[in-house]
Design a binder for this molecule. Structure first.
Ligand code: ATP
Ligand code: MG
Length: 208
């Protein structure tokens, strides 16, 4: 079973958006997929509650109440949506349960500054230092050709960990979230540009 944690202590950077879209992508590809929500806000769980029956099933796990005790062994992809402001103990617990970590960061000085502290904390965890868990960075809600995007780009390039994708700001993420689906389940004429932006992310996940 592959286990991905989507995390950043900064609120609103796109953790739930990324976690739900990853789950939809894996499920849509025919994989037995589970989505565990460790955030009391229940964003991912409410997305799943809205998921239409005709789309591939995703197993819903309430991490806050049940942890991973109901996780079936034959799940192929587990995606964990972490809360903002997780405690160091909770972060260590989550890091120890996954093989891959994705950190979305938004183009904003406040977000970059908060993310710096968080990424340092993450990289100090022994499972990451020992390279048993891989970490990658994702720029999210990007408006191309803006100075702040260039600054975010430079900021993420400067890390020694991979910077694997740039996701634009688009209403597609908002609309698909409302409908309980992912952007890969939207018609290509609407979401082709987002599919293209996801390609390096999927490729990195497949190869690690
Ligand atoms: N690429 C994007 N384009 C447009 N809107 C986006 C994008 N990514 C996220 N959003 C929107 O930004 C808001 C915050 O996103 P999201 O809830 O995924 O962040 P979060 O990190 O899970 O927040 P929290 O820390 O509160 O759990 C939501 O309204 C979401 O629809
Ligand atoms: Mg969230």
């Amino acid at each position: 079973m592959r286990k991905i944690l989507v995390t950043n202590n900064k609120g609103g950077c796109g953790k739930s958006t990324l976690a739900t879209n990853l789950s939809a992508y894996f499920a849509n590809e025919g994989n037995y997929t589970a989505l565990a929500d460790y955030d009391e806000q229940r964003s991912s769980l409410s997305w799943l509650e809205n998921r239409p029956d005709k789309f591939s099933n995703i197993l819903s796990i309430n991490g806050c109440t049940d942890g991973l005790k109901f996780l079936p062994k034959n799940v192929e992809w587990l995606v964990i949506d972490a809360p903002a402001r997780a405690s160091s103990k909770e972060l260590t617990y989550l890091v120890n349960h996954v093989d891959t970590i994705l950190v979305p960061v938004m183009p904003s000085p406040i977000d970059m500054q908060a993310s710096s502290h968080y990424i340092s904390e993450l990289l100090s965890k022994s499972k990451i230092k020992n390279r048993k868990t891989k970490v990658a960075l994702i720029a999210n809600r990007v408006k191309e050709n803006t100075i702040i995007f260039d600054e975010l780009d430079d900021y993420l390039e400067n890390y020694k960990i991979p910077y694997i994708a740039t996701l634009r700001e688009t209403h597609n993420y908002i609309k698909s979230f409302q409908k309980g689906i992912g952007i890969h389940e939207m018609p290509p004429y609407i979401a082709w540009k987002d599919w293209e932006q996801w390609e390096p992310l999927i490729e990195w996940l497949d190869n690690c």
